[in-house]
Design a protein around this ligand. Structure first.
Ligand SMILES: Cc1cc2nc3c(=O)[nH]c(=O)nc-3n(C[C@H](O)[C@H](O)[C@H](O)COP(=O)(O)OP(=O)(O)OC[C@H]3O[C@@H](n4cnc5c(N)ncnc54)[C@H](O)[C@@H]3O)c2cc1C
Length: 156
């Protein structure tokens, strides 16, 4: 990171920022062109390693790209605030941002799909005990991204 004074390496702070983000953008390489899609997400953190979960319909461009590429970049951010100044060039913005990438796959087994959906529900609602309608679960794709790269940058 060029501005390494803005890099965040404290594990608790990174987790706090991830938890505060509203959505996660997944970036795929689609035949040499970028495809970015915003999604709700859930996550599980084990000893600083993050697994992110996403869900959606069983068809569509992102699902095709997960199958085709097996790898996605991600980006999420929060805490935007304009810092005003006397001139245009004196303006700036506060933000908190996490980026990275890693292998992404579609979950197949019912138990792992439910665990991914619980992680999403836990982040959205603060509650992780949920039951899922088997018919709806069947039709839902759950994506799992293991973050191999993850950096966090904060402009305070
Ligand atoms: C904050 C937020 C959270 C979301 N959370 C979820 C989620 O948890 N699960 C989920 O499945 N979807 C979610 N969506 C919708 C998501 O962004 C996609 O629209 C959806 O997942 C379909 O993606 P796809 O790749 O299958 O596109 P397809 O349905 O295959 O569509 C293909 C084309 O449609 C256009 N397109 C697709 N999505 C968008 C979009 N969001 N905006 C503008 N153009 C678009 C693009 O040109 C794309 O190439 C969310 C959207 C937002 C803004």
């Amino acid at each position: 990171m060029r501005r390494d004074d803005r890099a965040v390496t404290d594990a608790a702070r990174i987790r706090e920022i991830i938890a505060a983000c509203d959505c996660c953008r997944l970036g795929f390489c689609d035949g040499g062109r970028a495809y970015i899609v915003p999604l709700d997400f859930g996550f599980v953190e084990r000893e600083g390693r993050y697994t992110f979960y996403f869900h959606g319909a069983s068809e569509g461009r992102k699902i095709d790209l997960v199958r085709k590429t097996g790898w996605a970049a991600f980006e999420m951010d929060t805490g935007h605030e304009l810092i005003r100044g006397p001139m245009a060039c004196n303006h700036s913005a506060r933000y908190q941002c996490v980026m990275g990438g890693g292998p992404v796959r579609l979950l197949e087994r019912r138990e792992e799909k439910e665990a991914g959906l619980r992680a999403i529900m836990a982040r959205l609602t603060g509650r992780d005990q949920w039951e899922f309608d088997p018919a709806a679960l069947e039709k839902t794709q759950v994506l799992c991204l293991e973050a191999e790269e993850l950096t966090c940058k904060v402009r305070a």
